[in-house]
Write a protein that binds this ligand. Structure first.
Ligand code: ADP
Length: 160
């Protein structure tokens, strides 16, 4: 029997994409045949980087890796998963509050779309305190965030 290729969606705001996000994707590459990084539109959050900027930054970062794709979506995450044919949804966990939040989302998603299994990966300890909100705050006041972002993300291009 031919095994079905395993596709995971890694959804998030990625505003911006941090070392923590990169590490989750790289570690998960061993589990899946394809990872689609899904940049979701979030009406509750006004973004620092535009959708186009985030898409370009992440696409450039993974340009050499044909197992990673980046897409922007404006719909329910489970609908996006179904549309792209993903069987898994990948999320990263840093803290117990991440866990509580992720648990409720995953359980609601499971009721709505049981075919998509949520998979959680614990952050590496050195990335546990990296968070896009803090990175944005530092950026707003002109601070240096390079230690929190993948070395190949050229953020200067997008900051006035
Ligand atoms: P969202 O707005 O959906 O929380 P984020 O871009 O903040 O989007 O995060 C996307 C995913 O990456 C989430 O599963 C989040 O828990 C995870 N994540 C964020 N920062 C880190 C980190 N430093 N280490 C591991 N996972 C992380």
């Amino acid at each position: 029997m031919k095994e079905m290729s395993k596709t995971a969606v890694f959804p998030g705001s990625f505003d911006p994409f941090t070392l923590g996000h990169e590490s989750i994707v790289l570690r998960a590459l061993g589990l899946f045949d394809k990872i689609i990084i899904g940049i979701g539109s979030n009406n509750n959050k006004s973004s620092f980087f535009t959708a186009e900027q985030r898409l370009e930054m992440i696409q450039n970062l993974f340009a050499g890796n044909d197992k990673v794709e980046v897409q922007y979506y404006e719909e329910l995450t489970i609908k996006f998963c179904r549309r792209v044919g993903a069987q898994f949804m990948l999320r990263g966990l840093r803290t117990s509050s991440d866990f509580e939040y992720e648990k409720s989302i995953a359980q609601v998603n499971q009721v709505m779309l049981p075919e998509v299994e949520s998979v959680f990966m614990l952050t590496l300890p050195e990335h546990a305190s990296i968070n896009s909100t803090v990175v944005r705050d530092v950026l707003r006041y002109g601070g240096d965030v390079s230690k929190f972002l993948p070395a190949n993300i050229k953020i200067e291009k997008y900051i006035k």
